[in-house]
Design a binder for this molecule. Structure first.
Ligand SMILES: [Zn+2]
Length: 75
């Protein structure tokens, strides 16, 4: 009975060790999507609201949150 108990503990330990080893390399290549391409933020020159570069309106003097602010700042 003692031998069976030791054997079951060893088998359980090996199973845990193997399942840990299998899960580690699989999770490593997965990079969090946030670290891949951080989206750049720019502040509107008129109201200082921060918007993404892709959504910002570029004027002669800088970036703006919308066309209205670009016209107000540059006219
Ligand atoms: Zn603005």
């Amino acid at each position: 009975m003692k031998f069976f108990l030791v054997l079951s503990v060893v088998v359980l330990a090996i199973w845990l060790w193997r399942s840990n080893r299998e899960s580690q390399p699989g999770s490593k290549p997965k990079n969090p999507p946030t670290s891949r391409a951080p989206l750049e933020m720019v502040g509107c020159d008129l109201c200082q609201v921060h918007v993404l570069v892709a959504d910002a309106v570029q004027g002669k003097k800088g970036f703006y949150c919308c066309q209205e602010h670009r016209q107000r700042a540059e006219s």
